[in-house]
Each structure stands twice: as structure tokens, then as C-alpha cells.
Design a protein. Sequence first.
Length: 403
Amino acid sequence: MPTTRAGVERTFSYLIAGVRLGTVAQMIPAVNTGVATSPHAAGYLACWIAAAVASVAVSVATLVRRRPLGATAAALDFTLACVLLVLGPLVLATGERFGSWVAYQPGYALSIIITASGVRSLVLWAAGLLGVAVSYLLYLGGEVGGDMTPSAIGNVLTYVVYALLARMLFGYIRSIARDADASRARAAELARREEERRAQVMMHNGVAVMRLLTESEAGLARSRLIDLAEVELKRMRTYLRGRMADGDECTAGGDASTPSVPLAPMVRRACDRFADLSVDALLDLGADLRLPAAQAEALERALESLLLNVREHAGSTEVVVHLDRADDGSWTLTVRDDGVGFDPVSVRAGVGLREVVVGELRRRGLDVRIESAVGDGTTVTISSRPGAAALGVGGDAAVDEAA
């Protein structure tokens, strides 16, 4: 059964049908003896048939509905149990009220206490339990006394304990199902948001390039924009075909079978697409660095997004991209422009900085720091974690995902 509210209710219907039909199965072997020994055979048989028919009807109804019956049916169930207990002394022979299924009434009442405990109305459940307990005391009548007293008290306590346990079981399982449904809904919402974020990351640069293509100034070489648009088009096609669900595609133009990507050539390739910005790429200090393909892909997208921002908003005359490697194997990539800058406190970062640069790189295990001031340009520093992200030539590494 599925762990949903509907699945739990369906499971309850199987439980109810099993208990009720099992009770009838226990009643059947003793019916002939009960009719033969009863002082009112017709009355005994009529009561027995009413109990059996009610059990079968409830079982069929719950199985068809795939959930327990409602308050009205539960009230009728409790009422029938009480009536059968009250009529029991009239149709049972003296001394037959304990110890066998000839006196089926207490066992039948117990089956109703168990199965009707799933009714949602607490008042109805409590009233039904009280009614059965009182009817059972009437059923015992003059039989209570001497050695029978402990058994009678034990039976009443059994009714109460089973009712409480069944009530708790029904309620607890329903609460688990509610929590499971809520968790699934939450997971679906988080998946939707994550897919939305991935779409923003994958489409942002392409949308920016298309906007530049349609609104490009005369001094901006259209051929360079077309080259960049082709790269973004390839990325978007890959994303739409569902091959980047985990962000594990290689960099544009790379080989998917390559476990790592040379960092310096990737950075230079990205900078070459923005030759109109007068980008000064100083990469010699990190010439032998390699990155896992997924990390390199994210870094290339981030670098392109930064350069697109410089092209659109910074108004800079010079951009410096500097790659440095430390003795412990970590590396730092710095992108510095001399443009107009911005106030990080008062200006909310857009999708490019927030998701493509900061969010995506941190998810890939890289640290990002943005420093800017109005009139003083912007510096973005991307760095690996010491000893974790840098690879030697030909080496492999596992990427630690950012929490």
C-alpha cells in the first residue's frame, strides 16, 4: 500500500474486513450448538444472523469504499453490539455466557470496538465504548459472582484497553500518512524550485547574449556575439534534452569522457569571446591546473556571466583576469574591472551574480567573494578550498558539494 492518506485508509479497510470476517469465521462452528441449547432457538438464530450479516456488510462496504465507514455506520455498529449483549441472556442457556463461541456476543462486541475505533469523532467513539461496557455488565447479570467475577472484570478491562490501543493505532498511522504526504509535497516544491534555479542558471547568459544581439551598439562586433550565442545555444540544447540534470556535463567544446579540464585554457577561451572588453588574462601561474569537468563547466558559465555584466553595466575600459596557485595546491581566479561599480549593501544582486556566479560555484565547492564600491569598479575572487579542488596534470579529484 502507498504511504499516503488514501493508502492508509485503504489499509484500514483491509484490517476492518479481516477482523470482522474473522469473527464470523469463529462464530460459524458454534451456531448449531447455540441453536440446540438456546431456550429461544429462533431468537438466538435471528441475533446470530444479524451479527453475521452486519459483519459481512461492513466488510464489503469498507473494501468497496477503500476506507472505513463513517460516523453513522459506526454508531449503528456500536448500537447492534449493545443490543446483542442486552439480548444475550434471553437467548443463551444458563451457564453459557463464558468460555465458548456459543456466546458469541462478547467477541462480536470486541471486534466492533477494534474496528470502529477508527471513527474520527472522539465523542462518538467514547459514547460507543461506554455503551458496550454498560451493555456487557447487563449481559453478565446474575452470572457475576464467585469465580466469574475476575473474568468479568478482565473482559471489561479488555474492552477498554483494546479500544484505547486501536484508537491510538488509527490516529498514529493517520498522522504518519499526513506527514508523508506533507513531505512529498515539500520535496516536490523543492524539486520545482531547484529546476527553476537550474533553468535560470542555464538560460541567463543565453538571454543576455540574445538581448545584446537585438540591442547591440554599432561599435560592438556582431560576429563576436554570434560566436558567444552559439556556445550558449549548445548549452541550452543540452539542458533541454535532459543531459545536465546533475550538472555533470563537460565544458563547451570539451570531451565528455575527460575526467578533468585544464583550467587556464578554459579561462582563456572564455575571455577570448569578450575581446571587445580589452581583457588582460594573466594565467601563467596556474598553467598546470586542472578541474573536474562539472566544476569547470560551472566556472566557465560564471566567468562568462561576469564578463557579460562588465559589458552591459560596468562601463569599464580594462578587465584583468588573474589566476594564481598556492603552495598547498589551492588556486584563486580574480576578475577585476575598473567600471562604475555598485554598492553591495543597497543593490540586490541579479540572477547572474546571485545564481550563476555565487550560488552555482558554491554548490560546486568553490568560494566566491565580491567586492565593489560606487565609482571604484568591481572585484570578484573565486577560489578553491585548500587541497580539495586543484588537480595536478592528469590527476583526478572528487568535488565536495557545498552545503
